[in-house]
Design a protein around this ligand. Sequence first.
Ligand code: CTP
Length: 421
Amino acid sequence: MEAQVKPTQRVLLGITGGIAAYKSAELVRLLVKSGREVTVAMTAAAREFVGPATFQALSGRPVYSDLWDTRPDNGMAHIELTRNNDVMLIAPASADFLARLVHGRSDDLLSTTVLARTIPLIVAPAMNLQMWQNPATQRNVATLKADGVHIVGPGNGDQACGEIGDGRMLEPAEIMAALDAWAQPKTLLGKRVLITAGPTQEAIDPVRVITNHSSGKMGYALAQACAEAGAEVVLVSGPTHLSTPFAGASPGEPGGVRRISVISAAQMLAAVEAEVDESDVFIAVAAVADYRPVSSAEQKIKKSDAGLNIHLEPTVDILARIAKHARRSNDPRRNGTPPFCVGFAAESENVEQYGAEKRARKGIPLLIANHAQSAFGADENEVTLIDERGAEGEMRMPKMGKVVLARAITREISARLNPKV
Ligand code: CTP
Protein backbone atom coordinates (compact mmCIF):
# COMPACT_ATOMS: atom_id res chain seq x y z
CA MET A 1 0.00 0.00 0.00
CA GLU A 2 0.98 3.64 -0.41
CA ALA A 3 1.62 4.60 3.21
CA GLN A 4 3.02 8.07 2.71
CA VAL A 5 1.63 10.96 0.69
CA LYS A 6 4.57 12.58 -1.08
CA PRO A 7 4.07 16.31 -1.33
CA THR A 8 4.46 17.26 -4.97
CA GLN A 9 2.95 20.74 -4.80
CA ARG A 10 4.32 23.61 -6.75
CA VAL A 11 4.39 26.47 -4.25
CA LEU A 12 4.25 30.13 -5.19
CA LEU A 13 5.89 31.90 -2.24
CA GLY A 14 5.03 35.58 -1.89
CA ILE A 15 7.35 37.64 0.31
CA THR A 16 6.30 41.06 1.59
CA GLY A 17 8.25 43.77 3.41
CA GLY A 18 9.08 42.80 6.97
CA ILE A 19 12.18 41.80 8.89
CA ALA A 20 10.85 38.22 9.01
CA ALA A 21 11.69 38.06 5.28
CA TYR A 22 15.10 36.72 6.32
CA LYS A 23 13.34 33.59 7.62
CA SER A 24 11.80 33.06 4.18
CA ALA A 25 15.23 32.00 2.91
CA GLU A 26 15.15 29.03 5.31
CA LEU A 27 11.53 28.38 4.37
CA VAL A 28 12.48 28.12 0.67
CA ARG A 29 15.26 25.69 1.61
CA LEU A 30 12.86 23.48 3.59
CA LEU A 31 10.21 23.58 0.86
CA VAL A 32 12.75 22.55 -1.78
CA LYS A 33 14.15 19.86 0.51
CA SER A 34 10.63 18.41 0.93
CA GLY A 35 10.43 17.86 -2.83
CA ARG A 36 8.32 20.91 -3.66
CA GLU A 37 8.98 23.26 -6.54
CA VAL A 38 9.16 26.85 -5.30
CA THR A 39 8.75 30.08 -7.24
CA VAL A 40 9.31 33.31 -5.34
CA ALA A 41 7.48 36.58 -5.95
CA MET A 42 8.57 39.60 -3.88
CA THR A 43 7.16 43.03 -3.23
CA ALA A 44 9.44 46.06 -3.64
CA ALA A 45 9.52 46.43 0.17
CA ALA A 46 10.61 42.79 0.60
CA ARG A 47 13.60 43.48 -1.65
CA GLU A 48 14.74 46.12 0.85
CA PHE A 49 15.19 43.34 3.43
CA VAL A 50 16.63 40.43 1.40
CA GLY A 51 17.91 40.45 -2.17
CA PRO A 52 16.26 38.34 -4.89
CA ALA A 53 19.58 36.59 -5.63
CA THR A 54 19.24 34.73 -2.31
CA PHE A 55 15.85 33.33 -3.26
CA GLN A 56 16.89 32.57 -6.82
CA ALA A 57 19.87 30.55 -5.55
CA LEU A 58 17.79 28.65 -2.97
CA SER A 59 14.81 27.94 -5.23
CA GLY A 60 16.81 27.36 -8.38
CA ARG A 61 14.21 29.38 -10.27
CA PRO A 62 13.79 33.00 -11.42
CA VAL A 63 12.34 35.44 -8.88
CA TYR A 64 9.47 37.73 -9.87
CA SER A 65 8.67 41.22 -8.57
CA ASP A 66 7.62 43.33 -11.50
CA LEU A 67 4.11 43.48 -12.90
CA TRP A 68 5.67 44.41 -16.23
CA ASP A 69 8.04 41.43 -16.28
CA THR A 70 8.31 40.32 -19.92
CA ARG A 71 9.84 36.89 -19.23
CA PRO A 72 6.55 34.94 -19.28
CA ASP A 73 5.52 34.09 -22.87
CA ASN A 74 2.27 35.98 -22.65
CA GLY A 75 3.84 38.92 -20.81
CA MET A 76 1.41 38.39 -17.93
CA ALA A 77 3.45 37.23 -14.95
CA HIS A 78 0.48 37.42 -12.57
CA ILE A 79 -1.53 34.98 -14.69
CA GLU A 80 1.34 32.60 -15.43
CA LEU A 81 2.35 32.44 -11.75
CA THR A 82 -1.09 31.31 -10.62
CA ARG A 83 -1.58 28.93 -13.55
CA ASN A 84 1.71 27.15 -12.95
CA ASN A 85 1.40 26.59 -9.19
CA ASP A 86 -0.79 24.51 -6.88
CA VAL A 87 -0.81 26.70 -3.79
CA MET A 88 0.15 30.27 -2.93
CA LEU A 89 1.84 30.97 0.39
CA ILE A 90 2.61 34.50 1.59
CA ALA A 91 5.28 34.54 4.30
CA PRO A 92 5.82 37.00 5.80
CA ALA A 93 2.58 38.87 5.21
CA SER A 94 2.88 42.42 6.58
CA ALA A 95 -0.02 44.32 8.17
CA ASP A 96 -0.13 46.56 5.10
CA PHE A 97 -0.29 43.59 2.74
CA LEU A 98 -3.17 42.01 4.72
CA ALA A 99 -5.06 45.30 4.41
CA ARG A 100 -4.36 45.41 0.68
CA LEU A 101 -5.62 41.83 0.25
CA VAL A 102 -8.87 42.68 2.03
CA HIS A 103 -9.49 45.49 -0.45
CA GLY A 104 -8.57 43.46 -3.51
CA ARG A 105 -5.79 45.87 -4.48
CA SER A 106 -3.82 45.09 -7.62
CA ASP A 107 -1.11 47.73 -7.82
CA ASP A 108 1.93 45.46 -7.80
CA LEU A 109 2.76 41.96 -9.01
CA LEU A 110 2.05 40.10 -5.75
CA SER A 111 -1.32 41.73 -5.01
CA THR A 112 -2.40 41.33 -8.65
CA THR A 113 -1.43 37.66 -8.58
CA VAL A 114 -3.50 37.12 -5.42
CA LEU A 115 -6.47 38.72 -7.13
CA ALA A 116 -6.04 36.71 -10.33
CA ARG A 117 -5.35 33.39 -8.62
CA THR A 118 -7.37 30.23 -8.95
CA ILE A 119 -5.31 28.34 -6.34
CA PRO A 120 -5.69 28.27 -2.52
CA LEU A 121 -3.99 31.01 -0.49
CA ILE A 122 -2.17 30.50 2.82
CA VAL A 123 -0.92 33.55 4.70
CA ALA A 124 1.64 33.75 7.54
CA PRO A 125 1.30 37.20 9.16
CA ALA A 126 4.33 38.90 10.74
CA MET A 127 4.23 42.23 12.49
CA ASN A 128 4.74 44.12 15.73
CA LEU A 129 2.50 43.12 18.66
CA GLN A 130 0.44 46.35 18.65
CA MET A 131 -0.04 46.22 14.89
CA TRP A 132 -1.32 42.64 15.21
CA GLN A 133 -3.66 43.52 18.10
CA ASN A 134 -5.01 46.61 16.39
CA PRO A 135 -8.74 46.16 15.70
CA ALA A 136 -8.15 47.10 12.07
CA THR A 137 -5.76 44.18 11.59
CA GLN A 138 -8.04 41.82 13.48
CA ARG A 139 -10.95 42.91 11.27
CA ASN A 140 -8.81 42.31 8.19
CA VAL A 141 -7.83 38.82 9.37
CA ALA A 142 -11.48 37.95 10.06
CA THR A 143 -12.45 39.15 6.57
CA LEU A 144 -9.68 37.13 4.94
CA LYS A 145 -10.75 34.01 6.85
CA ALA A 146 -14.33 34.56 5.73
CA ASP A 147 -12.98 34.85 2.17
CA GLY A 148 -11.48 31.36 2.52
CA VAL A 149 -7.86 32.41 3.12
CA HIS A 150 -6.03 30.03 5.48
CA ILE A 151 -4.11 32.00 8.14
CA VAL A 152 -1.17 30.31 9.90
CA GLY A 153 0.17 31.98 13.02
CA PRO A 154 1.38 34.42 14.04
CA GLY A 155 3.50 32.98 16.82
CA ASN A 156 4.24 34.35 20.24
CA GLY A 157 7.67 35.42 21.43
CA ASP A 158 10.54 37.91 21.05
CA GLN A 159 10.07 40.45 18.30
CA ALA A 160 12.65 42.38 16.30
CA CYS A 161 11.24 45.62 17.79
CA GLY A 162 12.18 44.42 21.29
CA GLU A 163 8.64 43.58 22.42
CA ILE A 164 7.38 40.18 23.45
CA GLY A 165 3.98 38.86 22.36
CA ASP A 166 1.85 37.76 19.42
CA GLY A 167 2.89 38.84 15.97
CA ARG A 168 6.13 37.12 15.02
CA MET A 169 6.06 34.95 11.92
CA LEU A 170 5.93 31.23 12.64
CA GLU A 171 9.29 29.53 12.32
CA PRO A 172 9.91 27.99 8.87
CA ALA A 173 9.56 24.44 10.30
CA GLU A 174 6.20 25.43 11.85
CA ILE A 175 5.01 26.83 8.51
CA MET A 176 6.06 23.56 6.86
CA ALA A 177 4.04 21.62 9.44
CA ALA A 178 1.03 23.89 8.85
CA LEU A 179 1.34 23.37 5.10
CA ASP A 180 1.51 19.59 5.57
CA ALA A 181 -1.53 19.70 7.86
CA TRP A 182 -3.47 21.85 5.41
CA ALA A 183 -2.64 19.49 2.54
CA GLN A 184 -4.14 16.42 4.23
CA PRO A 185 -7.41 15.21 2.68
CA LYS A 186 -10.38 16.26 4.82
CA THR A 187 -11.79 12.74 5.12
CA LEU A 188 -13.21 13.18 8.65
CA LEU A 189 -15.11 16.47 8.23
CA GLY A 190 -18.17 16.48 10.46
CA LYS A 191 -16.94 13.50 12.50
CA ARG A 192 -16.14 13.48 16.19
CA VAL A 193 -13.21 11.29 17.25
CA LEU A 194 -12.51 10.24 20.85
CA ILE A 195 -8.94 9.12 21.59
CA THR A 196 -7.23 7.81 24.74
CA ALA A 197 -3.48 8.32 25.03
CA GLY A 198 -0.52 8.00 27.38
CA PRO A 199 -0.13 5.92 30.52
CA THR A 200 -2.34 5.84 33.60
CA GLN A 201 -1.10 6.11 37.18
CA GLU A 202 -2.65 3.98 39.92
CA ALA A 203 -1.96 5.29 43.40
CA ILE A 204 -0.39 3.06 46.05
CA ASP A 205 -0.25 5.92 48.53
CA PRO A 206 -0.14 9.74 48.18
CA VAL A 207 3.39 9.68 46.69
CA ARG A 208 3.74 6.32 44.94
CA VAL A 209 2.06 5.04 41.78
CA ILE A 210 1.99 2.05 39.46
CA THR A 211 2.49 3.23 35.88
CA ASN A 212 4.26 2.33 32.63
CA HIS A 213 6.61 3.83 30.04
CA SER A 214 4.00 4.96 27.51
CA SER A 215 5.05 8.38 26.14
CA GLY A 216 1.67 9.22 24.59
CA LYS A 217 3.34 10.08 21.25
CA MET A 218 1.25 7.69 19.11
CA GLY A 219 -2.06 8.85 20.62
CA TYR A 220 -1.12 12.52 20.23
CA ALA A 221 0.00 11.89 16.63
CA LEU A 222 -3.42 10.33 15.94
CA ALA A 223 -5.16 13.31 17.54
CA GLN A 224 -3.16 15.57 15.21
CA ALA A 225 -3.85 13.43 12.13
CA CYS A 226 -7.60 13.19 12.81
CA ALA A 227 -7.78 16.96 13.40
CA GLU A 228 -5.88 17.57 10.16
CA ALA A 229 -8.46 15.39 8.42
CA GLY A 230 -11.14 17.80 9.69
CA ALA A 231 -12.46 15.87 12.70
CA GLU A 232 -13.40 17.40 16.03
CA VAL A 233 -11.10 15.51 18.40
CA VAL A 234 -11.46 14.81 22.12
CA LEU A 235 -8.17 13.56 23.56
CA VAL A 236 -8.44 11.84 26.95
CA SER A 237 -4.85 11.78 28.12
CA GLY A 238 -2.98 10.27 31.02
CA PRO A 239 0.06 12.18 32.36
CA THR A 240 2.48 13.09 29.52
CA HIS A 241 4.90 15.90 28.72
CA LEU A 242 3.42 16.49 25.27
CA SER A 243 1.66 19.64 24.16
CA THR A 244 -1.82 19.27 22.69
CA PRO A 245 -1.87 19.50 18.88
CA PHE A 246 -4.20 22.16 17.40
CA ALA A 247 -5.39 23.11 20.89
CA GLY A 248 -5.87 26.66 19.69
CA ALA A 249 -8.16 25.96 16.72
CA SER A 250 -11.13 28.27 17.03
CA PRO A 251 -14.50 26.68 17.72
CA GLY A 252 -16.35 26.01 14.52
CA GLU A 253 -13.12 25.61 12.54
CA PRO A 254 -12.47 22.00 11.64
CA GLY A 255 -9.47 20.45 13.24
CA GLY A 256 -9.66 21.39 16.92
CA VAL A 257 -8.40 19.10 19.68
CA ARG A 258 -9.96 19.30 23.15
CA ARG A 259 -7.85 17.58 25.77
CA ILE A 260 -9.20 16.08 28.99
CA SER A 261 -6.35 15.28 31.39
CA VAL A 262 -6.79 12.26 33.66
CA ILE A 263 -4.53 10.26 35.94
CA SER A 264 -6.03 6.87 36.75
CA ALA A 265 -7.73 4.16 34.68
CA ALA A 266 -10.99 4.86 36.54
CA GLN A 267 -10.80 8.57 35.61
CA MET A 268 -10.00 7.66 32.00
CA LEU A 269 -13.05 5.37 31.87
CA ALA A 270 -15.30 8.08 33.36
CA ALA A 271 -14.07 10.70 30.86
CA VAL A 272 -14.54 8.32 27.92
CA GLU A 273 -18.05 7.35 29.06
CA ALA A 274 -18.97 11.03 29.37
CA GLU A 275 -17.89 11.71 25.75
CA VAL A 276 -18.70 8.53 23.86
CA ASP A 277 -22.39 9.07 23.13
CA GLU A 278 -21.64 11.93 20.73
CA SER A 279 -18.50 10.36 19.19
CA ASP A 280 -18.32 8.59 15.83
CA VAL A 281 -14.95 6.93 16.36
CA PHE A 282 -13.16 5.68 19.47
CA ILE A 283 -9.41 5.05 19.20
CA ALA A 284 -7.90 3.45 22.32
CA VAL A 285 -4.19 4.14 22.25
CA ALA A 286 -3.62 4.57 25.99
CA ALA A 287 -1.54 2.04 27.86
CA VAL A 288 -4.15 1.65 30.58
CA ALA A 289 -2.96 -0.08 33.74
CA ASP A 290 -4.43 -3.60 33.78
CA TYR A 291 -4.37 -3.70 37.60
CA ARG A 292 -4.69 -1.15 40.39
CA PRO A 293 -4.20 -1.39 44.16
CA VAL A 294 -7.47 -2.46 45.80
CA SER A 295 -7.08 0.54 48.08
CA SER A 296 -4.68 3.44 48.18
CA ALA A 297 -3.17 4.22 51.60
CA GLU A 298 -4.26 7.62 52.91
CA GLN A 299 -0.81 8.38 54.32
CA LYS A 300 2.60 7.59 52.89
CA ILE A 301 3.46 3.95 53.65
CA LYS A 302 6.44 3.77 56.00
CA LYS A 303 9.42 1.64 55.03
CA SER A 304 9.89 -1.50 57.15
CA ASP A 305 12.14 -4.55 57.07
CA ALA A 306 9.15 -6.78 56.49
CA GLY A 307 8.15 -7.20 52.84
CA LEU A 308 5.20 -5.27 51.44
CA ASN A 309 2.31 -6.94 49.65
CA ILE A 310 0.12 -4.74 47.51
CA HIS A 311 -3.17 -6.37 46.65
CA LEU A 312 -4.14 -5.57 43.06
CA GLU A 313 -7.46 -5.85 41.29
CA PRO A 314 -8.14 -5.69 37.54
CA THR A 315 -9.24 -2.39 36.00
CA VAL A 316 -12.11 -2.15 33.52
CA ASP A 317 -11.09 -2.79 29.90
CA ILE A 318 -12.26 0.56 28.50
CA LEU A 319 -12.00 -0.50 24.86
CA ALA A 320 -13.92 -3.77 25.35
CA ARG A 321 -16.63 -1.91 27.26
CA ILE A 322 -17.03 0.84 24.66
CA ALA A 323 -17.13 -1.77 21.88
CA LYS A 324 -20.38 -3.03 23.45
CA HIS A 325 -21.79 0.39 24.37
CA ALA A 326 -25.05 1.38 22.68
CA ARG A 327 -24.81 5.16 22.27
CA ARG A 328 -27.61 7.40 23.46
CA SER A 329 -27.23 10.25 21.02
CA ASN A 330 -29.39 13.03 19.66
CA ASP A 331 -28.10 12.02 16.26
CA PRO A 332 -30.05 9.00 14.93
CA ARG A 333 -27.00 7.91 12.93
CA ARG A 334 -25.21 7.24 16.23
CA ASN A 335 -28.07 6.12 18.42
CA GLY A 336 -28.17 2.51 19.62
CA THR A 337 -24.78 1.39 18.27
CA PRO A 338 -21.18 1.61 19.51
CA PRO A 339 -18.79 4.04 17.82
CA PHE A 340 -16.31 2.64 15.28
CA CYS A 341 -13.71 1.22 17.68
CA VAL A 342 -9.99 0.96 17.00
CA GLY A 343 -7.62 -0.74 19.42
CA PHE A 344 -3.86 -0.98 19.76
CA ALA A 345 -1.93 -4.02 20.90
CA ALA A 346 1.73 -4.40 21.73
CA GLU A 347 2.96 -7.79 20.60
CA SER A 348 6.54 -9.01 20.72
CA GLU A 349 5.99 -12.26 18.76
CA ASN A 350 3.38 -13.85 16.47
CA VAL A 351 2.12 -10.30 15.89
CA GLU A 352 -0.53 -11.14 13.27
CA GLN A 353 -1.95 -14.20 15.08
CA TYR A 354 -2.06 -12.62 18.55
CA GLY A 355 -3.41 -9.40 17.05
CA ALA A 356 -6.23 -11.22 15.26
CA GLU A 357 -7.16 -13.05 18.47
CA LYS A 358 -7.14 -9.82 20.46
CA ARG A 359 -9.33 -8.05 17.88
CA ALA A 360 -11.92 -10.82 18.12
CA ARG A 361 -11.74 -10.92 21.93
CA LYS A 362 -12.31 -7.17 22.22
CA GLY A 363 -15.09 -7.25 19.63
CA ILE A 364 -13.68 -4.35 17.57
CA PRO A 365 -13.60 -3.82 13.80
CA LEU A 366 -9.96 -2.68 13.59
CA LEU A 367 -6.87 -3.51 15.63
CA ILE A 368 -3.44 -2.01 15.15
CA ALA A 369 -0.74 -4.37 16.31
CA ASN A 370 2.49 -2.68 17.37
CA HIS A 371 5.67 -4.58 16.80
CA ALA A 372 6.47 -4.06 20.48
CA GLN A 373 10.20 -3.39 20.24
CA SER A 374 9.55 -0.34 18.06
CA ALA A 375 6.80 1.32 20.04
CA PHE A 376 7.41 2.77 23.51
CA GLY A 377 8.85 6.27 23.66
CA ALA A 378 10.21 6.15 20.10
CA ASP A 379 9.40 8.64 17.33
CA GLU A 380 8.86 5.80 14.87
CA ASN A 381 6.58 2.82 14.93
CA GLU A 382 5.98 -0.33 12.92
CA VAL A 383 2.46 -1.77 12.85
CA THR A 384 0.11 -4.24 11.18
CA LEU A 385 -3.57 -3.36 10.67
CA ILE A 386 -5.94 -6.26 11.29
CA ASP A 387 -9.65 -6.20 10.49
CA GLU A 388 -12.50 -8.69 10.23
CA ARG A 389 -11.16 -10.07 6.95
CA GLY A 390 -8.35 -11.82 8.84
CA ALA A 391 -5.18 -12.67 6.89
CA GLU A 392 -6.70 -11.29 3.68
CA GLY A 393 -7.17 -7.80 5.12
CA GLU A 394 -3.86 -7.63 6.99
CA MET A 395 -1.89 -4.52 6.16
CA ARG A 396 1.69 -4.32 7.36
CA MET A 397 3.06 -0.81 7.39
CA PRO A 398 6.82 -0.28 7.25
CA LYS A 399 8.61 1.51 10.08
CA MET A 400 7.87 5.22 9.81
CA GLY A 401 7.49 8.40 11.86
CA LYS A 402 4.48 8.35 14.19
CA VAL A 403 2.80 11.40 12.57
CA VAL A 404 3.14 9.96 9.04
CA LEU A 405 1.89 6.61 10.37
CA ALA A 406 -1.01 8.33 12.16
CA ARG A 407 -2.04 9.97 8.86
CA ALA A 408 -1.98 6.58 7.12
CA ILE A 409 -4.06 5.01 9.93
CA THR A 410 -6.49 7.95 9.75
CA ARG A 411 -6.98 7.33 6.03
CA GLU A 412 -7.71 3.65 6.76
CA ILE A 413 -10.25 4.56 9.45
CA SER A 414 -11.92 7.11 7.11
CA ALA A 415 -12.13 4.54 4.33
CA ARG A 416 -13.87 2.08 6.66
CA LEU A 417 -16.27 4.73 8.02
CA ASN A 418 -17.26 5.85 4.59
CA PRO A 419 -16.26 3.31 1.92
CA LYS A 420 -16.69 5.95 -0.79
CA VAL A 421 -13.98 8.28 0.63
N1 CTP B 1 -7.25 -0.99 26.85
C1 CTP B 1 -8.26 -0.27 27.46
N2 CTP B 1 -8.50 -0.42 28.79
C2 CTP B 1 -7.77 -1.25 29.54
C3 CTP B 1 -6.72 -1.99 28.93
C4 CTP B 1 -6.49 -1.83 27.60
O1 CTP B 1 -8.93 0.50 26.77
N3 CTP B 1 -8.03 -1.36 30.84
C5 CTP B 1 -7.02 -0.84 25.41
C6 CTP B 1 -5.72 -0.17 25.06
O2 CTP B 1 -5.88 1.23 24.95
C7 CTP B 1 -5.38 -0.82 23.73
C8 CTP B 1 -5.85 -2.21 23.91
O3 CTP B 1 -6.91 -2.14 24.86
O4 CTP B 1 -6.12 -0.27 22.65
C9 CTP B 1 -4.76 -3.07 24.45
O5 CTP B 1 -5.29 -4.29 24.87
P1 CTP B 1 -4.65 -5.20 25.99
O6 CTP B 1 -5.56 -6.34 26.17
O7 CTP B 1 -4.25 -4.42 27.18
O8 CTP B 1 -3.41 -5.68 25.24
P2 CTP B 1 -1.90 -5.39 25.45
O9 CTP B 1 -1.70 -4.02 26.00
O10 CTP B 1 -1.30 -5.66 24.13
O11 CTP B 1 -1.47 -6.39 26.58
P3 CTP B 1 -1.67 -7.97 26.77
O12 CTP B 1 -1.26 -8.62 25.49
O13 CTP B 1 -0.80 -8.24 27.91
O14 CTP B 1 -3.13 -8.21 27.08
